[in-house]
Design a protein around this ligand. Structure first.
Ligand SMILES: [Zn+2]
Length: 320
């Protein structure tokens, strides 16, 4: 099948297109997640989904992402990233190129755009609100974003550094070398860390990014540094009702159970919320993906409402 491909058919765009293509390589899915939230289901699915293109009334799911060729296939055609964005949004090629370039932080002939604010770029790349990122103490340091991490007594013990124009790992975020990994917590308006108080309801997610995303729904959220909470952190949530919202993947599910076990008895109740969707082996859907998709807020609220209290015996009861 012919894949509708990007052509460099204009003048003066050559070097911009070359810069964009160089930076885009390996980040196609990231870019599509940000610029084409309607296609996220296809990126996450292992099967065909309903075609999100506005002109295709796709009654039998026939749309899928081909991660080898980095393009979408459907009965209505095959599209690389640029072709898809053009079709889905009725954008000209030039507009598509400038949007993708903007997302990657590229201007003509200048792949690392120093005047771009790293924090705004990170928020755009990670799909988190700027205010929520700042609430977790995220700040710009040279060309990176630094977010504080706290130990089990609520003292700052380390940082996460995210480089929006760095390697894949740097874009994901690195813990400070040689420092104990901590937890991300929100801050009060005075800039001091907001620690859990007995009687409050707190949410536990797998990263600063998910914490900031979930916070926008008005919850008190702590971001772990990984899939499960370290046991010494249980005391920090003494007397709270803690709801764990894990990623839809196997490590997320088993991490949530481990966290629940570590919190049980110290917190007043621990619950595990499972968002609708399929559990993948790894890199499953997270709360940011769900919130970016159709009906996202409703799905997250529903999962939280339906979360069952966790007990060591495995008997689950709905906590009201
Ligand atoms: Zn289609």
């Amino acid at each position: 099948m012919m894949i509708t491909q990007t052509k460099n058919n204009g003048t003066g765009r050559g070097s911009l297109l070359a810069d964009v293509k160089a930076l885009l390589s390996g980040r196609e899915v990231d870019v599509l997640r940000a610029l084409a939230p309607e296609a996220i289901r296809a990126l996450d699915a292992t099967r065909h989904v309903h075609c999100p293109l506005p002109y295709h009334l796709d009654e039998h799911p026939s749309f899928r992402w081909d991660c080898n060729k980095q393009c979408f296939h459907c009965t209505c055609g095959s599209y690389d990233l640029f072709a898809y964005l053009q079709k889905a949004n009725c954008w000209e090629f030039s507009e598509t190129l400038s949007r993708v370039a903007g997302h990657l932080g590229v201007t003509n002939g200048n792949p690392k755009q120093p005047e771009d604010d790293p924090l705004e770029t990170v928020c755009q790349q990670k799909r988190i609100p700027l205010d929520a990122a700042k609430l977790f103490g995220a700040r710009t340091e040279r060309q990176t974003v630094v977010v504080p991490q706290y130990d089990s007594r609520g003292e700052q013990c380390s940082t996460t550094t995210i480089s929006p124009w760095g390697t894949k790992k740097q874009r994901k975020g690195l813990n400070a070398a040689g420092k104990p990994a901590g937890m991300h917590l929100p801050h009060n308006p005075d800039g001091k860390v907001r620690l859990p108080q007995a009687g409050e309801s707190w949410f536990l997610v797998e990263s600063f990014k998910c914490a900031a995303a979930l916070h926008q729904l008005g919850f008190l959220v702590a971001g772990m540094n990984g899939k499960q909470i370290k046991k010494e952190y249980a005391r920090l949530f003494f007397g709270c009702v803690v709801t764990i919202v894990h990623h839809l993947d196997k490590p997320g599910v088993s991490g949530a159970k481990k966290s629940a076990e570590r919190l049980y008895g110290t917190v007043s109740a621990v619950r595990i919320a499972r968002m609708q969707g399929e559990t993948k082996d790894k890199e499953g859907t997270d709360v940011r993906d769900v919130l970016a998709g159709r009906d996202g807020e409703r799905i997250v609220h529903q999962a939280i409402e339906d979360a069952a209290a966790w007990t060591p015996g495995g008997e689950e009861c709905v906590l009201k």
